[in-house]
Design a protein around this ligand. Sequence first.
Ligand code: HEM
Length: 127
Amino acid sequence: MEYLFIKKLHMILVITSISLFILRFYWALNQADMLRHQLIRSLPHIIDTLLLSAGIYLMISAKVWPTQHPWLGIKLICLIVYIGLGTFAIKRGKTQGNKLISGLGAISVFAYMAGLAFFKSPLWFLP
Ligand code: HEM
């Protein structure tokens, strides 16, 4: 019961997190002032911390370890790549082109992670 509740929460946080990222990415490309708003600077950290905490809760309670389940191990590696690309897309990218490529890469990696979680297979996109 509790597991299913946390799993739903995890999924809601996944959707919230990527929606916020896409909005910030759009603002970064347009050099919008909104990006510097205090709420927009802190909210993603809160959402992402809750998202990862829910994921860790699921991992521990279902006893699915990244060393035993390739989909989860790859998901965690992808998470690091996603965070790296995300910081270039929003903050560290020197040119708009740099930000664009990094942001599209981050969104693709995120979509791949969602596929990994749904299908529990690294090659889930193959027929
Ligand atoms: C610390 C990071 C994370 C850990 C340890 C983690 C772990 C887990 C675990 C153990 C499950 C449960 C699978 C099941 O019960 O069938 C799950 C489900 C899920 N995760 Fe994560 N997760 C993490 C981050 C993410 C991120 C960043 C995404 C974004 C794409 C994501 C997307 C999903 C989705 C969509 C599901 C539901 C899959 C289904 O319907 O079976 N997770 N996660």
